[in-house]
Design a protein. Sequence first.
Length: 409
Amino acid sequence: MQKVLSDRLLRALARPNRKNQEIWDPSLRGFGCRARKSGAVSFFVMRRPRGQRKLVRLTLGSYPALGLAEARARAREALRELEDGIDPRQRKAEAARAAAAKQASLFAAVAEAFISRHIATKRTARAIELLIRRELIPRWGERSITDITRADVITMVDGIVGRGAPAAAYQAFTYTRRLFSWAIPRYGFEHAPTDHLSLKDLVGPKLARKRVLTVPEIALLWRATEGPEAAYYGPFARLLLLLGVRRTELGRAVWEEFGILDAALWTIPPNRMKSDVPHVVPLAPAALEILRALPPSRSYVIGGANPIHYSRAKAELDARMTALNGGKAIPRWTWHDLRRTFRTGLSGLKIAPHVAELAIAHGKQGLSRIYDQHRYDTELHDAFALWAQRLMNIVTPPSGTVVPLRKAP
């Protein structure tokens, strides 16, 4: 049926009818509408593209969501493309593919793929993920990965150094370089913006940290981890100091690794060790007391259903230490400094260097790796026990011994 389409006609067609109808508008050849018995009305165009034999029918939209004037405009555009030999469906599909490819190449999408596919199984996966989400995605997330330039990387590093965090700048650059190395063969570009950049030139030489907590600072930390208000960070801080493990090794520990606590051994599996070999940690009575006080039904030994948030725990502990120290903060320290304090403490107790190194999961060196297969279980047990006793003497000094926290004003 041919009939000039009008709003009045369309309103009539948009009511239930006895039959389906197809109406062609003679004022625009190839344009029409289809009215179903249910009252649903849709606009369409139909024409044979130039150079093709098969007719192409395109649905433009439904009335009244699509008005007659807009439907005519769309019809004219579609008919013009068909007359030129262009199938709008193919053009639309190509545009969708291009949009999808562009979306997939956005830095945020590439970073998410890097996190889920590449670093998920790494021992430090959580730390890398947090850094990428904190430092990289907010800066470049909505840009194509191929648009990130060397100048962008330099600006990022300079900004982090400028806020007084050179160690964070080192990490951010390292993981940026790793991300681009992973992305290059996957996203079709040849050079990474980190190429020919030197961290030494950007940040300066990386200085090894040497911070070790002093005896008064250890006593202050122990006081700050007492009581129910320290339930979130207290056991974590104390066990790090007692056992000398890395924060992730303790923060991701689950109860199955401890077996029967009376055995007084904690076996850290290789997938959570930097050396990729298991590490057995003897548990002195002071450590066992802390562990027994924790709810055994939680997913993680520290933190509960979710792993402990290291930054939050450190901030809360720092605040309490400052309050207990008369409002004066101690010099900046990190969780890893507790591991260094542990190792230095073992030397102070005259523990043999090779035993002290084994205590922090550093492997044997040189030919000892081949010729010395002794496990040093007894020596390690004694080392951990002596250090625990030394700590207890610091935090609960014998009668008559006073450890000052700070000079009196």
